[in-house]
Design a protein around this ligand. Structure first.
Ligand code: HEC
Length: 160
């Protein structure tokens, strides 16, 4: 009984005495990254294999790029610009998703789609399910998947 209670009591005192890092500058807790990654993948893996119901043609990539510029670039980066104050101040940091960074170009498109649709709790990543249409979520997901091989017309949308 005591063996079970001690870790809970210790955890409680750790939290109420201010031991828990709550500022964005704090380091992750031991195991925090591991648990967060495991939980995320356990939730996503069932759906990650979903193929995109639309093709990655130029018109879909163009719409994806416009959505990205409007909704995502403030956190995930504008082409050729240093990361924004918002991106620098978040914990965890939003990964920069445009070249020369690899971004999510080697992830399954279904996984990108899941993250954009549902967001990632307790991070700055919003879920877009109530804000943009399902087709638009696929368009921006395909855009990110092909971020390292975009046609010139799409690259122009990304330049200031
Ligand atoms: C307010 C900031 C913010 C905005 C706006 C935002 N994101 Fe994110 N996003 C994040 C953060 C923070 C993470 C990292 C979450 C984590 O560490 O688990 C993230 C993670 C992601 C990932 C997973 C990256 C990876 O390496 O697996 C994708 C994909 C993504 N965002 C796409 C988008 C798209 C598309 C949009 C716009 C429609 C968008 N995000 C808008 C903050 C943001």
């Amino acid at each position: 009984m005591i063996g079970i209670c001690v870790p809970f009591v210790a955890g409680y005192f750790f939290v109420i005495r201010g031991g828990m890092p709550v500022a964005t500058k704090g380091e992750p807790l031991p195991l925090e990254k591991f648990v967060a990654n495991k939980a995320l993948h356990a939730a996503i893996d069932k759906e990650a294999g979903k193929p995109a119901p639309i093709s990655a043609d130029e018109s879909n990539l163009l719409i994806g790029a416009r959505i990205y510029q409007e909704q995502c670039a403030v956190c995930h980066g504008h082409l050729g610009r240093p990361s924004s104050a918002i991106a620098r101040g978040l914990f965890p940091k939003p990964p920069q998703l445009l070249p020369p960074m690899k971004g999510v170009t080697d992830d399954p498109v279904g996984e990108i789609y899941w993250k954009v649709k549902n967001g990632i709790r307790l991070t700055g990543m919003p879920g877009y399910v109530d804000s943009i249409s399902d087709t638009e979520i696929w368009q921006v997901s395909l855009f990110l998947l092909h971020a390292n091989e975009l046609p010139a017309s799409v690259q122009r949308v990304l330049r200031p």
